[in-house]
Design a protein around this ligand. Structure first.
Ligand code: UDP
Length: 251
């Protein structure tokens, strides 16, 4: 028996629907099978993607919580539902890059696959209509999205997430190339990791495979029409389950 009942739809994004519940401190997130890329110009429905991303995200949040990262995560219910704390989302997409790929290589003369040590932190203004533009410190200050103290906290949290994710994925032969996270402030003012962490939001390369296309285990399979998207996500889930078996069920 569940300890809450669903309220109205609060928000529908490209990959998830967010619902209020009858409890003010609880929000329910439904993971959808829809896949989008290139600012939603490319779309498809991939049966089983939502379920895999929900599971992977839940296990990742639990792994990170165990390593001192505060997240919005409270538990899962069923195959594709996650219960989370409500947060006021910071309109910044925080990207951490360990290896050069994607937009970095399109925008700068850096060859794909170049190791980035220390990791590169890129902040983007979260606005689809504007195409999520890259932020500079001066632009951040101009927009007054966060204080300099909060910016420091965001950078530290992003690097802690990177350390935790590299430990987790590295232990199952997946190279964490880069990832995007979103953050939010809880009612008590705490900065929490929010949204999801899944092959939709991370680039992961299989260290057991040398072929540069076959090793891709993330949304680049969809972006590049490589096929086998859900199968790759399933393999990521299987490996992560090998080190953290079951997500906690919300009660
Ligand atoms: N990413 C994301 N949502 C976005 C943009 C990027 O989850 O709206 C992720 C993406 O999957 C990759 C990382 O952030 O793991 C860096 O993406 P990049 O800036 O290279 O952009 P892309 O090549 O995906 O356009």
């Amino acid at each position: 028996m569940t300890a809450y009942s669903l309220g109205p739809l609060l928000y529908e994004g490209k990959a998830k629907r967010v619902y209020a519940t009858d409890q003010p401190d609880l929000v329910a997130v439904e993971f959808k099978d829809e896949a989008t890329a290139f600012n939603a110009e490319k779309r498809a429905s991939l049966a089983g993607k939502g379920e895999r991303n929900c599971r992977i995200s839940a296990l990742v949040f639990e792994w990170l919580e165990a390593r001192g990262v505060s997240t919005h995560y409270l538990g899962v219910e069923g195959d594709r539902w996650m219960l989370v704390r409500p947060v006021k989302v910071v309109p910044i997409e925080v990207v951490v890059r360990n290896v050069a790929a994607g937009s970095l290589c399109r925008q700068l003369p850096i060859a794909p696959g170049t190791p980035l040590d220390p990791p590169l932190l890129d902040l983007y203004y979260k606005d689809d209509a504007l195409g999520d533009p890259l932020l500079t410190e001066a632009r951040l200050e101009r927009l007054q999205l966060v204080s300099s103290g909060q910016l420091q906290a965001i950078s530290e949290l992003a690097m802690a997430v990177n350390r935790g994710l590299r430990e987790l994925f590295g232990s199952v032969d997946l190279e964490l190339v880069d990832f995007k996270i979103e953050l939010g402030f809880a009612a008590d003012g705490r900065l929490l990791l929010a949204d999801e962490i899944s092959p939709d939001t991370c680039r992961l390369w299989d260290r057991r495979i040398s072929d540069q296309s076959d090793r891709i285990m993330d949304k680049d399979r969809f972006r590049q029409d490589l096929g086998g998207v859900v199968e790759a996500y399933g393999e990521v889930l299987k490996r992560v389950q090998g080190v953290c078996p079951q997500p906690r069920v919300y009660r």
